[in-house]
Design a protein around this ligand. Structure first.
Ligand SMILES: C[S@@+](CC[C@H](N)C(=O)[O-])C[C@H]1O[C@@H](n2cnc3c(N)ncnc32)[C@H](O)[C@@H]1O
Length: 297
């Protein structure tokens, strides 16, 4: 079933949106409803930018791990001097729940993307495919990723990411990436099924770089919510966001965020067919992590 643009419950772009358009996620979107959804997106996106500007959520640390792993994947894929990028045309990357793609765009720039198609020149990117249910977020992504063209083919797909991976031919991509999106899948079973499909979409030897929020070991969802409330209170105390903005973030998180424990994720990744699930980085408050899930050669 196709999810209408901007009406998906978690379609926020900034991931901190009230559920104005979510009463019936498959109802047709009227003009007023769509405009309200865009307005909510803009407000939430601005709150998210305020937190990112001062690196309050420590995303820099997580994206540094992404950068490092993209570079090592590129080096491994290039092989020892066989020039395989020249023939393969570079890495094909899919960004699931891409939102505005700003953080990944900056990371790709630091990796030297789109890069020249020869080993040792950063990360040669043949294609970038971004998937998101939010039309306003994709419009921003198009701007942020413009620097990749024309060397790298950029496709932006307005679709539910779960439906997208189910419909993908096996081995369509070399690298999958998802940041702060998979926690919207509401059960561990749904996440495991999603991971299985991502594994199928990857070439042997490919990797899924997964950046997301996690519960601490032994922490339940309620305790996580309390901890996140404390985090938002701190952001307000530091004058980074307004109390009303923190309340909107918490409303969204309470409605739509289902983070898992790292150990549960690693087990789900193994059951989904990934050969390894390494935690490459964790922020100091143990909310955000970068996982590297590898598909066997
Ligand atoms: C917190 S934002 C993260 C955006 C971006 N990846 C980043 O890190 O800045 C979460 C994004 O996931 C998207 N999203 C949530 N559930 C989705 C789904 N089932 N399919 C596709 N996109 C989804 C939302 O629309 C939103 O853009």
């Amino acid at each position: 079933m196709t999810v209408p643009p901007s009406a998906h419950p978690a379609a926020s772009g900034a991931c901190a949106v009230a559920a104005a358009a979510s009463a019936d996620p498959v109802a047709p979107v009227g003009k007023a409803q769509a405009e309200e959804s865009v307005a909510i997106f803009q407000r939430s996106w601005q709150t998210y930018q305020k937190l990112l500007e001062v690196d309050f959520l420590e995303h820099n640390l997580l994206y540094q791990a992404v950068q490092q792993h993209l570079l090592s994947l590129a080096a491994a894929a290039a092989g020892p001097g066989d020039g395989s990028y020249a023939s393969a045309g570079g890495l094909r990357l899919v960004d699931l729940g891409c939102g505005d793609a700003l953080q990944l765009a900056r990371t790709l720039q630091r990796c030297g993307c789109p890069g020249c198609r020869s080993p040792g020149s950063g990360v040669p990117l043949a294609s970038y495919t971004g998937v998101d249910v939010s039309a306003p977020a994709l419009a921003l992504a198009a701007r942020h990723l413009a620097f990749l063209q024309p060397t790298c083919e950029v496709s932006l797909v307005e679709q539910d990411m779960d439906a997208f991976v189910r419909g993908c031919p096996a081995g369509s991509f070399d690298v999958a990436f998802a940041s702060f999106a998979v926690h919207h899948l509401s059960t561990l079973e749904a996440k495991q099924a999603f991971l299985s499909q991502v594994a199928r979409c990857l070439e042997p030897g490919g990797a899924f770089l997964l950046v997301d929020v996690f519960r601490k070991e032994g922490e339940d969802r309620g305790q996580y919510m309390q901890r996140y409330q404390g985090n938002m209170d701190e952001a307000v105390d530091k004058g980074i966001i307004e109390p009303g903005e923190a309340a909107t973030v918490m409303e969204h998180i309470l409605n739509f965020d289902y983070p898992e424990q790292l150990s549960a994720y690693q087990q789900a990744a193994a059951a989904a067919g990934f050969a390894a699930a390494e935690c490459a980085a964790t922020d100091s408050k143990q909310f955000g992590r970068c996982l590297v899930l590898r598909k066997a050669l």
